[in-house]
Design a protein around this ligand. Structure first.
Ligand code: SAH
Length: 246
């Protein structure tokens, strides 16, 4: 996958539950982020982190543990502080999507940090003020606080999309069936429909054209045309329908 390069560290401030650190490591691996910085985690390393990381162990092993937010964001030109609450900031917080676009346009030479707060109390006002930008995930205004791991997931997913991450288009190209195979299939279908009584050849109305249109839209390949012919064959082997005029 060709992702646009970025230089981003995920910073977690004084995380209480080690399981959340594992969930963050997992979200990071899912979304192709590698750099994790922990400011005074309560318990780390810890088996709960390993359990919740579901195999994203390199992110945990390489996590850097530091004593202060200053240390965690040293060298960063862009520091995004995430917050669930309106804090009366003079600047409106950005959405995760806008944040991701800013990071991608800044490019890989720009050192960026995205900072996440404590489970209970989030980031302090002083910590938010140390950030160059504030980020808020849009939520129900009466219930705005996401679990820490989920908040990291949402923000890093937006970053993944902004970097050009897409599900691979592994669908094989369909080689449309040749005209004569398509026509033979339609004729075969008419026989079967007449046989079953669904279709009256004396009074075709629009049915024939509509059926043809349905199969045109399906852009059938040769194998699919053959499969339909097999189906019409099986209908022709049944006893005639009660309304059949054939
Ligand atoms: N009660 C705290 C929320 C703690 S949730 C508060 O009011 O700030 C733990 C962390 O997850 C937050 O510090 C923040 O980094 C992140 N988070 C949770 N919900 C968020 C949201 N809606 N927008 C942005 N970040 C959020």
């Amino acid at each position: 996958m060709n992702l646009k390069p970025v230089n981003v560290r995920i910073v977690l401030v004084e995380t209480t539950h080690s399981g959340n650190i594992g969930a963050v490591a997992r979200a990071m691996r899912n979304m192709c982020l590698t750099e994790l910085v922990l400011v005074n985690p309560r318990k780390f390393p810890h088996p709960d982190a390993v359990a919740r990381a579901s195999g994203a162990l390199a992110e945990l092993d390489n996590a850097k543990v530091v004593n202060s937010l200053e240390e965690a964001i040293a060298g960063c030109q862009y520091v995004f502080g995430t917050t669930a609450r309106e804090r009366g900031l003079e600047w409106a917080p950005a959405t995760p999507q806008e944040t991701a676009e800013t990071i991608v346009s800044a490019g890989e030479d720009a050192h960026c940090a995205i900072v996440f707060g404590r489970e209970r109390s989030g980031l302090t006002n002083e910590e938010v003020e140390m950030c160059t930008h504030a980020v808020q995930i849009p939520t129900n205004p009466d219930f705005s606080s996401l679990n820490l791991g989920m908040a990291v997931q949402v923000v890093s997913y937006e970053l993944m999309k902004a970097r050009g991450g897409k599900v691979s288009q592994a669908k094989p190209e369909v080689e449309p069936a040749p005209a004569e195979a398509f026509e033979a299939m339609v004729k075969h279908m008419e026989e079967a429909m007449t046989h079953s009584g669904f279709y009256d050849p004396e009074d075709p109305r629009m049915t024939q054209r509509r059926m043809r249109q349905i199969f045109r839209q399906a852009n059938l390949d040769a194998a699919q045309v053959n499969m339909l012919r097999g189906m019409w064959n099986s209908v022709l082997q049944l006893p005639k329908g009660p309304h059949s005029k054939s």
